[in-house]
Design a protein around this ligand. Structure first.
Ligand SMILES: Cc1cc2nc3c(=O)[nH]c(=O)nc-3n(C[C@H](O)[C@H](O)[C@H](O)COP(=O)(O)O)c2cc1C
Length: 287
């Protein structure tokens, strides 16, 4: 039996396929977007088909699809055709339920901001307002709306250039940059599930810029490769931190009691990989 279930999207209806789509690519950030129509009526709606795609120019994209229920474009899309400006907000946990209220398919012109009891702040460059209490607010101008199809469920990919970024003082670190440990924001998962970003669920991992900083799999001693104690993640941390005398590793004797040694190494991971390697090398050299 195969360990994977393979699905051909073309063989499924929109309703059958959509749950796989939103359940597979997780977590997805949520763009909580304000727009206005020609008359200046504001609109607020969440979109989790969303991300940023370029730093310079700073481009964000989100995708309001043609409604599967009504076959009509979303109000956000219609507003952007009239006034090609928006503010994209990141949703804090505190406003999760209010965000959910603004997803309701209200008549065009209904003010979801008032309905959800949200307060606004004026934007600097664009006309749609900002939502107070959100940690990150991006004023953006639409560069292009790319239709991804003309059937219900087809996205209309909005590419927008960020022209102002507003960051809550409460989320900044000492350098003035956003600190993820202070950003209690949410992201969308499959079904009606969400995830909340909390300090205890995030981890720090520096990118190895120089290939010499990492160990190759073939250099890893056999006992570590075949460890009954270390997890795949822990072996990854050892690989990512090349010890100073890495070229000697393969010529070292196997430890007499690998399980005990691996448990000691495990206690130092993931944060103290250099010490874990020192412990390993000392232990096998003295055996
Ligand atoms: C967390 C969340 C994420 C959503 N993501 C999308 C999305 O990416 N694309 C989409 O078309 N609708 C999405 N929806 C549904 C829209 O928010 C919903 O259709 C809303 O009524 C659109 O508002 P509008 O007609 O005022 O633009 C999402 C809803 C929620 C709650």
């Amino acid at each position: 039996m195969s360990l994977y279930r393979t699905i051909d999207p073309a063989s499924l209806s929109l309703a059958e396929w959509h749950p796989y789509m939103i359940g597979s690519v997780i977590p997805r950030p949520i763009a909580w977007v304000t727009t206005i129509d020609e008359q200046g009526h504001p609109n607020l709606a969440p979109f989790s088909y969303f991300n940023v795609f370029s730093s310079k120019p700073p481009i964000a994209a989100f995708s309001p699809s043609t409604s599967a229920r009504t076959g009509r474009p979303k109000d956000t899309h219609l507003n952007l055709l009239e006034v090609p400006e928006c503010v994209i907000h990141i949703v804090p946990y505190d406003l999760a339920a209010r965000m959910n209220i603004t997803t309701g398919e209200y008549e065009r012109g209904i003010n979801e901001i008032e309905r959800a009891g949200l307060e606004t702040l004026p934007s600097e460059v664009v006309r749609p307002p900002r939502i107070a209490g959100t940690p990150v607010q991006m004023e953006a101008k639409v560069k292009q709306i790319l239709p991804l199809g003309d059937n219900p469920g087809a996205g209309q990919l909005v590419l927008a250039e960020i022209v102002r970024l507003h960051l809550s003082e409460f989320i900044l670190n000492e350098k003035g940059l956003p600190d993820p440990r202070k950003m209690d924001v949410i992201a969308r998962l499959g079904g009606f599930w969400y995830i909340r970003l909390l300090p205890e669920t995030i981890f720090w991992m520096k990118q190895p810029r120089n290939p010499a900083e990492v160990l190759s799999w073939h250099e890893l001693p056999e006992d570590l490769k075949q460890s009954r104690i270390l997890t795949a993640a822990e072996i990854g941390h050892l690989l990512a931190h090349r010890p100073p005398d890495a070229d000697k590793l393969r010529h070292l004797p196997a430890p007499p009691d690998p399980d005990t040694l691996h448990r000691q190494i495990q206690a130092l991971l993931p944060d103290r990989a250099a010490e874990a390697w020192m412990l390993y090398i000392q232990a096998v050299q003295s055996s």
